[in-house]
Design a protein around this ligand. Sequence first.
Ligand code: ZN
Length: 342
Amino acid sequence: MPVTIDKPGHSFSDATGSPEALSRRAALQRLARIAALPMIAAAFDISHAAPLTYDLKPVGIGEGVWVLYGVPEPIERSNGGAIANITIFDTRDGAVIVDTGPSKRYGVALQALARELTGKSVVRVYLTHFHPDHVFGNQGFEAAAIAAPQGVIDGLTSLGEDFASAMYHAAGDWMRGTQLMLPGKVVADGVEEIGGRRFALHALSGHTPSDLAILEEVSGVLVAGDLVFLDRAPTTPHADLELWRASLDRLGAIKAAHVVPGHGPVEGAPRGLEQTRDWLGMVEEKIRAAFERGLTINEAMQEPLPEWVGKIALARYEYERSVMHFFPRLEAGQWPRVDSKN
Ligand SMILES: [Zn+2]
């Protein structure tokens, strides 16, 4: 059975002071717990009034395939959390969507857009991983149509409420009415044929404990999720860099005409895979070197970055966040070098 988590106190439909709303103190305590969550800029200014309509602009990348580009920014009130790429496929049997965006409002608009583009209803939604910028539009769709690996569902079950609170604080009123909604279908490695298309599902990991990449074989479009970032710095709050590199190896072996990164432009060449690998290597080496030189975590955060990352959006921001993620692991002796790297 699909499960919708809908507990009092976790609805955003009334966050202005009713007994059901989180108190400010509880919210701050929760924020402290979730400081390490992905791509979320702290935002306490609740007076800012943003125009609350997502301007969804589909860009065709193949016949009957569109991408909605996320902006290369952290989640904040100015963008409503619409920072991740979303992919829409037309099939004979209906629309297929990969990832649902940051909020109920986004998901509802996405569902309407897919119907407008394809003239059909949405028959399948895949989720690439459990991070909030990719899954909180689920309410725009039927739970039974939403599919993800079990690991994504497990991650949502354990962290989804914290993600929801963090999103509310970062994106504010854009989140009104948004609640965590779990997928109704579990998928694993294999091929799903839908309306003349073939979706080859690759259950991977590394960016998070469970990452789904999808090659649609007819169009040659590879939707890589957040295993690939391009010209936008990768986020690492739940990353295992060894597993991530192994997944990049797997993706590199797939012949694809177009690679859709989780964040950044679609390209034919595997530049996103290479840039992501280079970034992860740079971050790991830099943080290890800072630790071995005896720097403090604050000093490690201030280390200069190589010139080549100057063209990558949010490089400094995400590097500093990666220091926060990995430096404590080094201090605790929990981030040993693997033998193959020596
Ligand atoms: Zn993302």
